[in-house]
Design a protein around this ligand. Structure first.
Ligand SMILES: [Zn+2]
Length: 198
């Protein structure tokens, strides 16, 4: 099913996260494939910590203040490292699957004050285009039947449950968010159904 299902693996020493094994796997339509970051032996855990993260080059490479993507990734890695075990799926679908050109266009509107839902509608792309089916299949193939998912997004939990994976969720919310991120949380709660407590 996967051109590269078993992928290539390398264990890299991270300055912050210690030793992390990265595996190249195709989990989306991303041209160069995606990455799975493995800490410890999550395939033997009863219910490993899991984060499904979509690449956000603005936050991760350029420290954009408009979103919390890099913070969420760091918080998830921190939780996983505290346990010494877990999986972070790094999906290379920046712009929630719509691509970088759409993301740049939508961002230009967001800087003018439009929210991330309406900006995408106004440029003719879906507010959220992602499918988590191949992530679920990856877990099943590695005999992971239950996970503790680090997310505020019920679509991610449901995307795994649909394929028979038992999911407990734990929220990931940046403490003391900036005004931009607080406004993003409101949009995500109101228009994307995210579970974010105030
Ligand atoms: Zn972002």
């Amino acid at each position: 099913m996967y051109k590269n299902f078993l992928g290539e693996r390398a264990t890299i020493p991270s300055r912050v996260w210690g030793e992390i094994t990265v595996e190249s796997v195709e989990l989306t339509d991303a041209v160069d494939g995606d990455l799975v970051l493995l800490k410890g032996d999550p395939f033997s855990a009863e219910a490993p910590l899991v984060r499904i993260h979509s690449e956000c080059v603005f936050a991760e490479a350029f420290d954009s203040a408009l979103c919390d993507c890099a913070d969420q990734m760091h918080m998830a890695l921190s939780e996983i490292c505290k346990e010494g075990c877990g999986i972070l799926f790094y999906l290379r679908i920046d712009g929630r699957g719509a691509g970088l050109s759409a993301k740049v266009k939508a961002t230009a509107l967001e800087v003018e004050g439009m929210d991330t839902h309406d900006s995408r509608i106004s440029i003719g792309v879906s507010p959220d285009n992602r499918s988590f089916q191949k992530v679920a299949e990856y877990l099943v193939r590695n005999s992971v039947r239950k996970v503790r998912l680090l997310t505020n997004n019920p679509d991610k939990a449901n995307g795994l449950k649909e394929f028979g994976i038992e999911v407990e969720t734990a929220s990931l919310r940046v403490p003391n968010p900036s005004d931009e991120v607080a406004s993003l949380y409101r949009t995500k709660a109101e228009k994307f159904g995210h579970l974010i407590d105030d």
